[in-house]
Design a protein around this ligand. Sequence first.
Ligand code: DSN
Length: 392
Amino acid sequence: MKDTQIQKLIKAEAKRQKNVINLIASENYVSKDVLTALGSELTNKYAEGYPGRRYYGGNEIVDKVELLCISRALKLFKLKPTEWHVNAQLLSGSPANFALYSALVPIGGKIMGMKLSSGGHLTHGHPLSMTGKLWKPIQFELDSQREIIDYDALLKIAIKEKPDMIVAGFTAYPRIVDFKKFRKIADACGALLHVDMAHFSGLVAGGQYPSPFPYADTVMTTTHKSLRGPRQALVFVRKDAREFDKKLDKMVIPGLFGGPHENNIAAVAVALKEADSPVFKKYAKQVIQNAKTLAKELQKRGWRIISGGTDSHLILVDTWMQGAGVSGKEASIRLEKAGIIVNMNTIPGDTRSVMDPSGIRLGTCAETTRGKKEKDMLKIAEKIDTALRAKK
Ligand code: DSN
C-alpha cells in the first residue's frame, strides 16, 4: 500500500483487535475470503437498479453477484423464491429498517416496537430516530419483575393502539422472542409483523434460535453480527398480492439510495455460503454455550444478570446494582483498561442516563470465532469480576 499513513492505521487496528478480548455483542471477525471480496474490483462498478434492469451499462458480472447473494440468502434461511423476495442493497440495519417502513407504512402511521431501554433499537421508534418522528411510535417495555416480554400486556396495547406495523426484535434482549405470539398479536390488531433479526440471524442460520420466517411478513438482518459477514443488511419480504417486493425495491432505488455497493454484496454472498455449513452450526451452538457459561459465572460472582440469564449470544449485566457496584460507563472504562472491550448499556427500567447507564452488554460471537470455549469464559468472567471490583 502506497499510503503509509492509512496502512499504519489499518495495521494498528488489526493489532488492537488481536490483543483484546472482544465482547461487543454486535461485532465479529470475518474470514479472509470476506475481506477479499470487500476489497475487490467490484467496488468500481456503478449498478443503480436491479439485476437485468440497471441504469448503467456493463453490469453482466455484478448482476450475477447480486443474484447469487440473493439465492444464497434464501437457501440459508430455507425460503422458497416463490414465497420470499430479498433486497440485498441496504448498507446497514438502520437504513434497512427505514427503507422497509418507508415502503410499507404510510407516513404518520403507527409503528409499535420495544423501547430502547428494554432492549429495542433506535429504529424501533425511539423519539430521537426519524422512525419516531415520521411515524407515531408505540413503545412497549418489559415485565418489570421478570425482565422479559409480557405478551399479554403487548396484546392489550396493540388492540388499543392498532399499529400499522409491529416490530419484533432487539439489540439488547438476551432471551428467545416468541414469534408465534407476536404473529397472534399482529393478527389481533391487523398489523404487519416485521422481525429485526440483526443480532441473532447467525444463530437462526445455525439452527440455534427460532426462525421468524414462518410468522413474519417482513424480516431484516444486518450481516456483520452473529452472521459473521461484512457490514451490510438484507431485507426479506413476503411475495404475494400485497406487492411488498415491488414496493420495497422501488423505495430503495429511486426512493432512498443510489448505486449499491456490489463489493459488499459479494462479501455477503461469501459469508452466507460460509454460514451454510455444519461448521457454522457448531459455531452458533458454541456461541450460546459460551454466553450461558459467562452469564452463570458472573452471576456466581455476585453480578446481577438481566432476566436471570441468556438464551442467545447476548448478556446484559447490571453493574450499578443500585449504587453497590459501578456505573456502566465506569465498568466499560475499567474493562477496556483490562483489555476487555464491551459497551455500556441501559438496563430495563434504567433511571440513569444513556451516556452513563446502569449496565454493560456482553456478547460471545467474536470470541467464539477466535476459538474460545466454556473454560475460557470462566477466565474472562474472573477478569471482568476483578476489574469491576478493583478499588479506584
Ligand atoms: N449498533 C448495533 C448494536 O450494537 O446492537 C445496533 O445498531
